[in-house]
Design a protein around this ligand. Structure first.
Ligand SMILES: [Zn+2]
Ligand SMILES: [Zn+2]
Length: 416
């Protein structure tokens, strides 16, 4: 079997890997979205796709496969619904910017019609292979996929983005015994701060801002982080002071329809009941008057209602960043104390800015622990900067694993 790395190897974004065996199986098909769009290398013939989760760096290029082919895509139901939401939005943005479309609505509809819904832990047959998805602990519906080949009895597992340790809404990732483990290493060089302490500080800081008449503005990714933060706020009695705006609303509705995929769906449902959902412009004005928490998109301040709110904050307000900020984005500029670009104009933020690492990715220790639990012969590290991949490779080699660190365009041959 030969594996080809078409994107997302030695980098984060445009994840796409092909297993070339008796059949060609595509693992994820994403794009880079933050600044200028970047796509995977030429994909070639595909017999089946496996989609790990909904984020566009894993799913955003998948509809292009359906231009002139019609393979099944194995994924979970919430993932397919969230992909629908994200791709609809991406198509709207592309149209507004007059970008040349990379796929048509017909391609996208064809993709939706060919998907095979997978339940965690249940086997799905495809040709000589058995495909099983398990909880990856990253976001709603995210999955670690294993592909077992009947003839050889060998198994390859692909983590997608994953987190071994529990979050407020997500259970931790389930391990899978395998021979080859393709694993993300976004945070290969370090561990995240202790989650309980981090959440405690986050809540204390939010309380002190809203009690002083400020607005706690929390920019969030629509899918995943917005639901996690709302659940944290509900757990600490703050959901009734929270406004939910932008695509975060729609993503939260999908989450509520699939509570069985969450550890603590009831907490989210209670949070949604207490929070105010912003649908009209006048509600936005109320939300930003002070004393409230606003959860809104986009997480890196590249667009969405957050850009409107940020220009209207009173001086007691604070911005709470909760996720990784890619270089070149407004969120990254904000962390650097540089002016943002809003509607083509510079805007200097006078408010305090805090960073809270509520990451949904495995840190260094989790990568090691997960590898031990899966006990593969070989590990392939993807989805990380070269520095993070190198650090993870060092620590896993020291454990006795044979580790590969491919770059985009590389191929590796495996016994399968
Ligand atoms: Zn992700
Ligand atoms: Zn990712």
């Amino acid at each position: 079997m030969r594996m080809r790395f078409l994107g997302g190897a030695g980098e984060v974004g445009r994840s796409a890997f092909v297993i070339e065996d008796e059949k060609n199986i595509l693992l994820d098909c994403g794009l880079k979205v933050e600044n200028i769009a970047e796509y995977p290398l030429e994909i070639g013939k595909v017999d089946a796709c496996i989609l790990s989760h909904a984020h566009l760096d894993h799913s955003g290029y998948l509809p292009t496969i359906y231009r002139d082919a019609s393979p099944p895509t194995f994924t979970t139901q919430p993932t397919m619904e969230l992909v629908g939401l994200l791709i609809e939005d991406a198509m709207k943005i592309a149209k507004r910017r007059h970008d040349k479309p990379i796929y048509s609505r017909a391609d996208f509809n064809e993709m939706l019609s060919k998907y095979v819904p997978c339940e965690y832990g249940l086997e799905n047959e495809f040709d000589d292979y058995t495909i099983t998805m398990r909880d990856a602990g990253h976001i709603l519906g995210s999955a670690v996929s294993s592909i077992e080949k009947a003839r050889s009895g060998r198994t390859l597992a692909y983590t997608g983005d994953f987190k071994l340790w529990e979050q407020t809404l997500q259970k931790g990732a389930d391990p899978v015994k395998c021979d080859i483990l393709v694993m993300e290493a976004t945070y290969g060089s370090g561990d995240h701060p202790d989650r309980d302490n981090l959440v405690k500080g986050f809540i204390e800081d939010i309380k002190s801002v809203v009690d002083n008449g400020g607005t706690a503005l929390v920019p969030v990714f629509a899918v995943g982080r917005s639901q996690e933060v709302l659940a944290i706020l509900e757990e600490h009695g703050l959901a009734d002071r929270t406004y939910l705006d932008g695509m975060a609303r729609a993503a939260t509705e999908i989450a509520l329809a699939h509570k069985r995929f969450l550890k603590n769906g009831r907490l989210l449902a209670e949070g949604v009941n207490k929070a105010s959902v912003v649908e009209m412009q006048h509600a936005r004005r109320n939300a930003v008057k002070g004393g409230k928490i606003i959860l809104t998109t986009s997480g890196m301040l590249t667009g969405g209602p957050v850009l409107n709110y940020i220009t209207q904050l009173n001086r007691n307000s604070k911005i709470f960043l909760t996720g990784f900020q890619v270089e070149g984005t407004n969120g990254h500029k904000l962390l650097q104390g540089k002016p943002l670009i809003i509607d083509g104009k510079k805007f200097s933020v006078k408010n305090e800015v805090g960073f809270y690492d509520l990451s949904a990715h495995a840190g260094k220790t989790e990568l090691k622990e997960y590898a031990r639990l899966c006990s593969p012969e070989e590990i392939v590290l993807v989805h990380g900067s070269t520095e993070n991949i190198a650090a993870a490779a060092d620590s896993l080699s020291a454990e006795g694993f044979k580790v590969h660190t491919p770059k985009v365009g590389d191929t590796i041959d495996f016994e399968f």
